[in-house]
Design a binder for this molecule. Sequence first.
Ligand SMILES: [Zn+2]
Ligand SMILES: [Zn+2]
Length: 253
Amino acid sequence: MIVKVLGCDGGVAPGFKATSFLIDGQLLIDVGSVADSISIAEQSMIDYILISHAHLDHTGQLAFICDNCFGMRDRPFATYAHRPVLKAVKEHLFNDVIWPDFSKIPSKEDPTLEFHSFEAEEKLELGDYEIIPVPVNHDGGAVGYIVIKETKALVFTLDTGATERIWEVAKDYNVVGIFTEVSFPNRMKKVAELSYHFTPEMFKKEVSKMPQDVPLFVSHLKPNFNAELCQEIRDLGLPDVTILRSDSSIFSF
Ligand SMILES: [Zn+2]
Ligand SMILES: [Zn+2]
């Protein structure tokens, strides 16, 4: 699997983009930044879209990728989310008020977007991929995803605070990379706990629950604390930790 980091920050500012990971050019995890990161031709090649939770930094550009690509594809973007998350996205984003309902545009028979909901831990077979969505500790029915192709698995927690189940499920697979988050500096532990995110110290505790000796990729640093967070993460002294940047970096597994 080839993972392209289109966006990986915990906010949006010059040089900082919200979360979107593109796998093999065809499977998109979260839609924080795709519309302004790759060409419209590349956007139109995406077959599957997985949403972790309804927060705007993970869903906002679903609006713009539909606008960019409608009429260009011979089938809809197959878009998957946990049932409560999908309900929120349909009610609060694609509601014909904030944005047109692209599951009926250009027509109900031939739409730009096709929504699919799933239940927690319901396995999805999407092309060459097996996907296991596992609830994590964040708002509104948030899930992380275990993405399996052939013999290898990648874990994407997306936004979460301290969590358990995804690490239990991951133990059954050959995990070759873990993409997770650190959002707030150590001095903001209370804010991190209230908003279900990690500080570097909380992340270090979490690492002990994860499959061991697996490369870790850290995302979702809040742009206004970026330098402080980078330093605190480096100070943890953990081996094999990469702090991601929203620079279209590519990682092969
Ligand atoms: Zn969130
Ligand atoms: Zn977020």
